[in-house]
Design a protein around this ligand. Structure first.
Ligand code: FES
Length: 105
């Protein structure tokens, strides 16, 4: 189990526990975090799992694939720390990861 710190769209913070081996999207969706609709089920086709990575976590992640870059480029709320949470696979190295849910587009 690892811990994920989430800042919601309301600005509230939640701490959730998640099993490794699943995606960050699955962990957030399982907790019904608003803004994580994940309509495509994690196949990198919808961008409804968009998160901002906080506190230097971005550099600890695997590089974005082209599909992820293209989807994020279409987002009106993309930032330099944007990622699609379905493309982030949880490992023990990501314990205490901190993410923020972007505003609604
Ligand atoms: S769930 Fe659709 S792109 Fe991540």
């Amino acid at each position: 189990m690892i811990t994920i710190n989430v800042t919601t769209r309301d600005g509230d913070t939640s701490i959730i526990e998640a099993d490794t081996g699943q995606s960050l999207m699955e962990a957030l969706r399982n907790e019904d975090i608003e803004g994580i609709d994940a309509f495509c089920g994690g196949s990198c086709a919808c961008a409804t799992c968009h998160v901002y990575m906080d506190d230097g976590w971005l550099s600890k992640l695997k590089e974005q694939e082209e599909d992820e870059c293209d989807l994020l480029d279409d987002s009106d709320v993309q930032q330099g720390n944007s990622r699609l949470s379905c493309q982030i696979h949880l490992t023990n190295a990501l314990n205490n990861i901190t993410v923020t849910i972007p505003p609604e587009e």
